[in-house]
Design a protein around this ligand. Structure first.
Ligand SMILES: NC(=O)C1=CN([C@@H]2O[C@H](COP(=O)(O)OP(=O)(O)OC[C@H]3O[C@@H](n4cnc5c(N)ncnc54)[C@H](OP(=O)(O)O)[C@@H]3O)[C@@H](O)[C@H]2O)C=CC1
Ligand SMILES: O=C(O)CCC(=O)C(=O)O
Length: 486
């Protein structure tokens, strides 16, 4: 196998059938450091459909042997990958901070999370539950067991460059599927590092393949190729819903946007709520589908809460993601930078500025945007309805609990929601009435645990949950065998 040169952070290649290969055309895309746009971190192949089709071919070829490999043996490879990931924490976290602008503290946590995910699904090799309910017919036994889907396509975003590929790859692999992954342009060096680790851990050639290049060609080839039986995507709602229309005959899972509310009730610990909301809204510059982007506060404590929120937010350090005390680094790229600043201008016209935020310097000095808080926002305004995916928090006033729940649900999204309260009645009623896939009581909306199902309702999610045991349901199909001994 050709040696990959990821460690030097200069060049990532496609990984097809166990070989590191360039794009057929030899064309590459530059990976820019968002903290310093004049620094080119490396290049990735600008591939096209032909390379994607060869990767699908390699995954198809590797499928029978991988499917026949004992689940515990598959699990042992995932466990080894977890060990390698952990042993390279500094290197992987640094790469994430440089490529995606993720602050080191969160980047280190993400490396740990990726290792835990591989360990968790690796241990499934000893379980992979089935069911055998009694038959209604005398003498008959049933056994229902999980079978892999076949070749699965994974289309991943830039905001969790290790964790998202890991929580898609690990359950897919333990179930016996083979993979072609197309990472986002701004996470390709990280994805290549992860693929290299899986290969080093002993994954046979062709079981995981990676192709980098535009979503509109490489991604689309995965979406439309009939040999790809399952497709898992994380990204924007617009791209996801387009994929759903084109992925004919496949099992599809889409994890998309959010406009996540955090309700603050009159009995809340306001300082605690402010800390959790500002972490949820501004950590990693709000570039999380789970970020809180609407604080919905009952009028009784509205002004007092805004004071607490202002103090909590002013304490956040913005700057070089390599600094372990920084919580907000640069946003990922020029497109995000421009669209967030435009959304912030709109927000300023739709509410009262509590913290102005915005660009901290010129674009040439890095894509840094400081947190902004805009109060008195109408929940039907653009600021409260459109995903900004940046450090902009809208504060919305509610009359009482019922009104707060109504506002929280008044969105096309349904990913995650939070409530700050000491009342069990409010907490349980909110859990029941929230139209989201996740509800957090006195906890941040962002920051998942890998062992519980994750995903959203409405336009936030389609096709079954990720993570925890739910992921096994996506990456497998039940086969029922019924036997009558004669
Ligand atoms: N839910 C989440 O966690 C995320 C949400 N977003 C939202 O999306 C917005 C835009 O970010 P962006 O990175 O452009 O998100 P996209 O949804 O466009 O990209 C996500 C992934 O899909 C790929 N892709 C793009 N177009 C297609 C296509 N036609 N067929 C198949 N795959 C495709 C992308 O590739 P490529 O990068 O090469 O274009 C990337 O790998 C953000 O502002 C944010 O609101 C973004 C990232 C994560
Ligand atoms: O909040 C998290 O830990 C994960 C968020 C996420 O999955 C995403 O932004 O895509």
């Amino acid at each position: 196998m050709e040696e990959n040169v990821i460690e030097s952070q200069t060049e990532a290649l496609n990984f097809i059938g166990g070989e590191w290969v360039p794009a057929d055309s030899g064309e590459t895309s530059e990976v820019v450091n968002p903290s310093n746009p004049s620094e080119i971190l490396g290049t990735t192949p600008r591939s096209d459909r032909a390379e994607t089709e060869r990767a699908i071919e390699a995954a198809t070829k590797a499928l029978p042997d991988w499917k026949a490999t004992l689940p515990a043996s598959r699990g042992a490879i995932l466990m080894e990958a977890a060990n390698i990931i952990e042993s390279r924490e500094d290197e992987l976290a640094t790469l994430m901070a440089r490529e995606a602008g993720k602050p080191m503290k969160e980047a280190r946590m993400e490396v740990g999370r990726a290792a835990s995910i591989f360990r968790y699904y690796g241990s499934e090799g000893w379980r992979l539950d089935g069911i055998n309910p009694p038959s209604a017919r005398p003498g008959v036994t049933h056994a229902s067991m999980r079978e892999p889907l076949g070749v699965v396509g994974l289309i991943t975003p830039w905001n969790f460059p290790l964790a998202i590929p890991s929580w898609k790859m690990a359950p897919a692999l333990i179930c016996g599927n083979t993979i072609v992954i197309k990472p986002a342009a701004n996470a390709s060096l990280n994805a290549a590092a992860l693929v290299g680790i899986l290969s080093e851990a002993g994954l046979p050639d062709g079981v995981v393949n990676m192709v980098t290049g535009p979503g509109s060609t490489v991604g689309d080839a995965l979406v439309t190729d009939p040999r790809v039986k399952g497709l898992s995507f994380t990204g924007s709602t617009a791209t996801g819903l387009g994929i759903q229309e084109r992925a004919i005959g496949k099992k599809v899972q889409l994890e998309m946007g959010g406009k996540n509310p955090f309700v603050v009730m009159e009995d809340a610990d306001l300082a605690d709520a402010a800390a959790k909301i500002s972490f949820s809204a501004f950590g990693f510059a709000g570039e999380k589908c789970t970020a809180a982007s609407r604080a919905i506060v009952v009028e009784e404590v509205y002004d007092e809460f805004i004071g607490e929120l202002k103090s909590a937010t002013e304490a956040i350090k913005v700057g070089d993601p390599m600094d372990e005390d920084v919580a907000v680094g640069p946003v990922v790229n020029k497109d995000q930078y421009e669209s967030i600043l435009a959304a912030l201008e709109t927000a300023k016209g739709e509410g009262r500025v509590v913290i102005e935020g915005g660009a901290t310097g010129s674009e040439d000095e890095g894509y840094f945007i400081a947190p902004a808080i805009i109060a008195d926002v109408d929940n039907r305004s653009e600021t409260a309805q459109e995903e900004i995916f940046g450090p902009v928090l809208a504060v919305i006033k509610a009359r009482d609990f019922d009104h707060a729940v109504e506002l929280a649900n008044d969105t096309r999204y349904g990913l995650t929601a939070g409530i700050a309260t000491k009342s069990l009645r409010y907490a349980y009623e909110f859990m029941a009435r929230s139209e989201t896939g996740l509800v957090n009581v006195n906890l941040p909306t962002a920051g998942l645990e890998f062992q519980v199902p994750f995903g959203g309702n409405k336009e936030s999610g389609v096709g079954g949950r990720e993570q925890g045991p739910a992921a096994l349901d996506f990456y497998s199909a039940w086969k029922t065998v019924s036997v009558m001994p004669l």
